[in-house]
Design a protein around this ligand. Structure first.
Ligand SMILES: Cc1cc2nc3c(=O)[nH]c(=O)nc-3n(C[C@H](O)[C@H](O)[C@H](O)COP(=O)(O)OP(=O)(O)OC[C@H]3O[C@@H](n4cnc5c(N)ncnc54)[C@H](O)[C@@H]3O)c2cc1C
Length: 380
């Protein structure tokens, strides 16, 4: 019997494991599969870290593929071993602990790194980002009832972090640079409704606030000083200010990298033996930070690695905020522009209003965002 081709995956996250599932679905016996993961655990649903932080779910509830899945599919998992180099000539990857794996085909699925603002004090204990289970555990450890948390960043992740910490009994404040929360998804009135709804949940919002310095006391974070001189005292500071494709490994290996690892419509990189998927990727100039595009990429890659012919054409986006009792949904093109018109529905009669806004490009892009607090008196 001919030896199986060796498929090595770097990244045991949402894209890496889904890509393997797509391959197994089409041709379960074709490859001998090895997965490297920097995190010391099995594959889990990263999206659900927010409910874990809020105490609404446990880690066991969000595992996507447990140890039995790797075993049953004869997949070798090197968990807790980040790959630090790719030798493209020899077709071998090397992990930080020296583990080597030879490949015939390699998938890069390294995701994103959270951005840390280079503020004075950013390296103080008690300053965290929100990306993986370690971050969530650090936040839960610091979350004493009555203690104060400040979250820099009023996007989806920052709001979910603040909500989760407030559910853990902390008093949480979101500090946002702009005058509207989730400004990439919401217009000003929907943003206002969201601010009000969060206040009802005990999450305060400070808008148009520029962070200047993180203050410390006794070797730990004690507050955030804003440019206007205000100091927001805190025992925990979360930076949720964006992500950057984790493309350093690909770059060091000499692959074409712009903002992310550049791929063609079959998700192939500039090396014909290497594919890339997920948030580390740049496809037609676009990098994504949501899972829906990733599922589409994984289907195409599953085809590509089993001799199929489908191509990936790019994705349109939708987002839902995971704060229970506050329904925020957004889809499509958010930027508007001369070729778009806004259509706004507003119910001013309820105790809360609801508003939605379409930026309906005459052709073909279309977007909608809707904000509907589900409190008593709400009508849609
Ligand atoms: C708290 C939170 C809430 C979110 N909520 C939503 C949501 O509601 N809707 C939505 O669509 N998206 C949401 N997202 C985004 C979504 O989780 C990501 O789009 C998705 O996880 C990206 O998948 P990925 O596989 O590209 O990256 P990841 O899931 O991050 O996986 C990458 C993996 O690769 C590992 N890795 C990196 N470098 C190496 C290396 N050199 N060697 C080995 N392993 C390596 C990383 O440790 C990581 O485990 C959320 C994200 C977070 C953090």
């Amino acid at each position: 019997m001919a030896a199986k081709e060796r498929l090595v995956v770097v990244g045991n996250g949402m894209a890496g494991c889904r890509a393997v599932q797509e391959v197994l679905k089409r041709d379960p016996d074709r490859y001998q599969i090895t997965i490297f993961g920097a995190e010391p655990r099995v594959n889990y649903d990263r999206i659900m870290l927010s409910p874990v932080l809020a105490g609404e779910k446990a880690f066991a509830d969000i595992v996507l593929n447990d140890e039995a899945w790797y075993r049953d599919n004869a997949i070798t998992l090197h968990a807790g071993r980040a790959v630090e180099a790719i030798d493209r000539a020899a077709r071998v990857v090397r992990a930080v602990d020296g583990t080597l794996a030879a490949y015939d085909r390699l998938i890069l699925a390294t995701g994103s790194d959270p951005i840390r603002l280079p503020l004075p004090g950013a390296d103080l204990p008690g300053v965290v980002t929100f990306r993986d289970l370690d971050d969530v555990e650090a936040m839960i450890t610091a979350a004493r009832p009555g203690a104060k948390a400040v979250v820099i960043g009023g996007g989806l992740l920052g709001i979910e972090a603040a909500y989760g910490l407030s559910k853990r009994g902390m008093s949480a404040t979101v500090v946002h640079l702009l005058d509207v929360l989730m400004e990439r998804q919401l217009d000003a009135s929907a943003g206002f409704l969201l601010t009000e709804a969060l206040a009802q949940k005990g999450v305060e919002t400070v808008l148009e606030a520029q962070s200047e310095e993180i203050e410390g006391r006794d070797g730990r974070v004690s507050g955030l000083r804003l440019k206007d001189g205000r100091v927001l005292p805190c025992d925990l500071l979360v930076m949720a200010v964006g992500i950057r494709p984790a493309a350093g490994l690909a770059k060091a290996a000499g692959l074409e990298v712009n903002r992310g690892v550049v791929v063609d419509d079959t998700l192939r990189t500039s090396d014909p033996a290497i594919w890339a998927i997920g948030e580390c990727v740049e496809h037609r100039g676009q990098c994504y930070g949501l899972v829906a595009p990733i599922w589409e990429m994984c289907r195409t890659l599953g085809e590509a690695l089993t001799d199929g012919s489908s191509t990936y054409q790019g994705s349109s986006l939708s987002t839902r905020l995971k704060v229970s009792g506050v329904d925020v949904f957004s889809a499509g093109k958010h930027t508007g522009g001369a070729d778009c018109e806004d259509i706004v529905f507003r119910d001013a009669g309820g105790a809360f209003t609801s508003a939605s806004c379409w930026k309906a490009a005459r052709s073909p892009a279309r977007s909608s965002s809707a904000m509907r607090p589900t409190a008593a008196g709400t009508s849609t």
